[in-house]
Design a protein around this ligand. Structure first.
Ligand SMILES: Cc1cc2nc3c(=O)[nH]c(=O)nc-3n(C[C@H](O)[C@H](O)[C@H](O)COP(=O)(O)O)c2cc1C
Length: 204
């Protein structure tokens, strides 16, 4: 925080460079062009992020996580960002294990710095192979993370982006996602609201 420009952190919770990666990048490009915001990005492709071990080192010491893996990079990005856009593929009707693991590992982040996520604005995008494959539950699970960490969850609102961005990839990766022009409207409406809310909070 503290920069003149807003900084949006986009995260793709897919283990591959395919539909979710494509959609989150497009959302960030849109935000940069329309609002001249700064963006940052993290994806799981080729990354190693272990499960939380519930060893309670973070709670006992307040020094962060005992595990040293690619989560170190994510912690820095999360602390730096003003606002966050989490994208997930839909796995078994909800978010991916990768994104859930990132959420669980944030216990160490907030144990060390209780204000790390507080009052930051968050939104989600869910990308399913099926048109109605669990995108809404995936988004609600992302919103639960925001609520638990005293963040401010937003969506694009009624008439198109009720809980956030919803994409139907038809299991055809980036190409399938790109064809979902209706879905992209929900993504862009969600980005609009994310930026609007963050600007309101920062009184820009
Ligand atoms: C383990 C697994 C479970 C999946 N479960 C669902 C599901 O419940 N609902 C759905 O719509 N698509 C499901 N899919 C399909 C993916 O959501 C879809 O292909 C999506 O575009 C993948 O995102 P990606 O291209 O960014 O990796 C599943 C895919 C995998 C690998």
């Amino acid at each position: 925080m503290g920069r003149s420009k807003l900084s949006i952190l986009g995260i793709s919770g897919s283990p591959r460079k395919a539909a979710t990666d494509f959609v989150v990048r497009k959302a960030l490009e849109y935000a940069e062009k329309k609002f001249q915001v700064e963006t940052d990005y993290f994806h799981f492709y080729g990354k190693k992020i272990n499960f939380c071990l519930h060893c309670d080192y973070c709670i006992r010491t307040r020094k962060g996580c005992i595990q040293k893996d690619d989560m170190t990079e994510v912690y820095a990005k999360l602390e730096e960002a003003d606002t966050m856009l989490f994208g997930t593929p839909v796995y078994n009707g909800t978010l991916s294990g990768q994104l859930k693991t990132l959420f669980d590992r944030c216990r160490a982040l907030v144990a060390k710095n209780p204000k790390a996520l507080k009052n930051k604005v968050g939104a989600g995008i869910a990308v399913g192979g099926d048109r109605v494959g669990g995108q809404e539950l995936a988004l609600l699970t992302i919103h639960s993370f925001f609520l638990i960490h005293k963040m401010i969850p937003v969506s694009g609102g009624a008439l198109g982006a009720n809980l956030g961005g919803i994409i139907w990839s038809k299991d055809r990766g980036a190409k399938g996602a790109e064809e979902d022009t209706e879905g992209f409207k929900s993504v862009y409406k969600t980005v609009d609201r994310l930026v609007e809310t963050t600007m309101l909070l920062r009184k820009i």
